[in-house]
Design a binder for this molecule. Sequence first.
Ligand SMILES: *Cc1c(COP(=O)(O)O)cnc(C)c1O
Length: 400
Amino acid sequence: MPYQNPPNVSLLETILPDEPLLMMGAGPVPIPAKVAAANSIVINHLGDVMAKVIEQVKAMARYVFQTDSQYVMGVAGPGSAAMEMATCNLVWPGRRVLSVVNGYFSKRLVEMAQRVGGEVTLLEVPDGHTADPAAVEAALKRGHFDVMTIVQGETSNTVWNRHLPEICRIAKSYGCLIIVDAVCTLSTMPLQMDGWGVDVVITGGQKGLSSIPGVSLIGFSETAWKQLMARNAPMYHWVLDARLAEQFWNKKAYHYTAPVSGVLALHEALRLVCDETLPERFHRHEQCSLALQNGVEAMGLKLFVPVEARLNSVLGILLPEGLNGDAVRRHMSQIHRVEISGAFGLNIIRIGQMGEQSRAHHLFRTLHALGSSMQALGAKLDLPAGVAELERTLTAPLAH
Ligand SMILES: *Cc1c(COP(=O)(O)O)cnc(C)c1O
């Protein structure tokens, strides 16, 4: 038999644009050059060098999660793999789960908990609202729940569960574990795993942390760890089995070959967070996001979520009458080399404010690209007023 001919393909000449697009959507986000450099190295996945890398990654992850837990580890896979690791280890047939549902990603947690046999009750939050602690407490009172799932920021529709600390406190008082999806919010806004009593924190690499997609982090509390160690139900996952993963992350033993280059990238991304410090990083994100929000509004556009429930990490912008979101995004990519996101069936476009996206020079370019593209497609906007407001808010002290 003759061999087939190899396909005729090329990455640099035909697929990738000459000038990289500025990634201002809902993730992945731009990565610093140092993270890219770390990501270009391959080392042994076991041995002394890797052991040092792992110890430092865990120490930095503990800082970013604000925890002393010994059960902080990396996951080879997207944020969704960390979500699945949380659910498949702590949910099994007969376990009762309360899922706070704000949108697309909180529903993904519902589906994952159902797939591993959990009895899931949904607490649906009305569109554009933040989860209400009183409603959570009422639901907990009605039934005994073992586990609660909630997102800190619902990237899909840009809603922020701002009462998360209170909700965690309530969950604790009912003896319910709380799993928090912080994929888009981690290191962009406060989260205190130990201080708030969060049992599992889930994050991905490609959003707030400004690392590459495909290597994620997860942290289990002591209480969560005891429960998953004591489970008798069979565990059908092997790669995501936390007890096996802990052999690698805490005991230097082989589980699977860790994505070494991605772990190095994550190490560098976390180091940059530590360098900046969390308070400074939160301040930068808040200032940049508010400036962009004000700029967008001053230009004549409307934000999707009312300010009391609005997420700062991802902005949802309503499309003006007659404008098509895909056409706006195409124009922004082709003419201005700025990439933003559509939404899951909503009449909005989304701009990220996570990690490297929250830099003044990126904001000016993005706001200009947005306004200019919409105008080219027929919208009536005051672009100079938007840019002036962006500049004003960026240089004004924050209100608190
Ligand atoms: C992006 C995101 C996810 C999923 O992350 P992937 O890396 O795409 O699997 C989950 N939850 C939230 C809140 C997100 O923003």
